[in-house]
Design a protein around this ligand. Structure first.
Ligand SMILES: C[S@@+](CC[C@H](N)C(=O)[O-])C[C@H]1O[C@@H](n2cnc3c(N)ncnc32)[C@H](O)[C@@H]1O
Length: 254
């Protein structure tokens, strides 16, 4: 439970019967308020209100900006994403590739609805995009994607399809070898475990989620470490992403 006293400028947190009071204008208070904002925003479908260059993109803008910071640092040759939906995230990546003068985008979805396919294919940035229709873990799909990636030097992979623990684990196993040293495979939407007890949530999301899949994957794969990418600009005392993607960034270190 959070109790805000704006006049006293305090935030009181009650957790497991223990009460702690912080200055309202502190990093600790910001973190607690951000967690609650993310939870309420998730229930209210805040991430279902954005578009990029005309196409709906189902992401928290904070995560999109952080992703842009990573892309600009890495200048990837190929960005692979499972989960296309309306195509907004692919168009976003394509726009960054165009602006950077480098890179292309591969999108995979089990079902690309005809109106979405048409809109993506007619988009002015479609020349940067290749679509694959099929389950992201189907061996034929995986092989076709790997064939398209070829021997690209720098590859980033984003997993944003079916968010069950089992499916994300299968995706991590299927795609991690595409990721080049210094780059990332991103297991998105671990926020599920933080909203398990909220309206629209499910009790089993406490364990059945992409963050747990990522945490277990790195235990078996020492070449990866879970690491939030560094912020390139920070004139605050804050240090943690406000994100729907906890434990998401798996960096390949060897
Ligand atoms: C959260 S949406 C993707 C959102 C998109 N990346 C964006 O940012 O706007 C999830 C998508 O995953 C797709 N999907 C579900 N299961 C899948 C699977 N097994 N393989 C590939 N795509 C799948 C769904 O059809 C849906 O379009």
């Amino acid at each position: 439970m959070l109790k805000v006293d704006e006049k006293a400028q305090t935030l009181t947190v009650v957790e497991n019967g223990e009460e702690r009071t912080f200055s309202l204008y502190s990093d600790e208070a910001f973190s607690k308020i951000a967690d609650l904002y993310l939870k309420v925003g998730w229930v209210q479908k805040y991430t279902y209100t954005f578009s990029w260059m005309g196409r709906p993109v189902i992401q928290l803008p904070d995560d999109m900006i952080r992703l842009q910071e990573v892309f600009y640092d890495l200048k990837p040759d190929v960005i692979v994403e499972t989960g296309v939906a309306h195509g907004g995230s692919l168009i976003y990546y394509a726009s960054l590739c165009k602006a950077m003068g480098k890179g292309r985008v591969i999108g995979i979805d089990i079902e690309i609805r005809p109106h979405n396919r048409k809109a993506i294919e007619e988009h002015e940035l479609f020349e940067y995009i290749e679509l694959f229709e099929g389950s992201s873990t189907d061996p034929d799909t995986v092989a076709a994607v790997k064939n398209s990636v070829g021997d690209a030097k720098t590859v980033v992979v984003l997993l944003d399809s079916n968010h069950t623990y089992a499916h994300v684990t299968d995706e991590l196993n299927a795609y991690h070898d595409l990721v080049t040293i210094g780059s990332y495979i991103v297991s998105t939407d671990g926020v599920m475990r933080d909203v398990a007890d909220a309206p629209r949530g499910q009790a089993d999301w406490v364990t059945d989620n992409p963050a747990n899949a990522a945490e277990d994957f790195v235990k078996q794969h020492s070449e990866f470490v879970i690491q939030q990418p560094p912020w390139r600009f920070n004139e605050s005392t804050l240090s943690d992403n406000v994100t729907h993607w906890p434990s998401a960034w798996l960096k390949r270190q060897k």
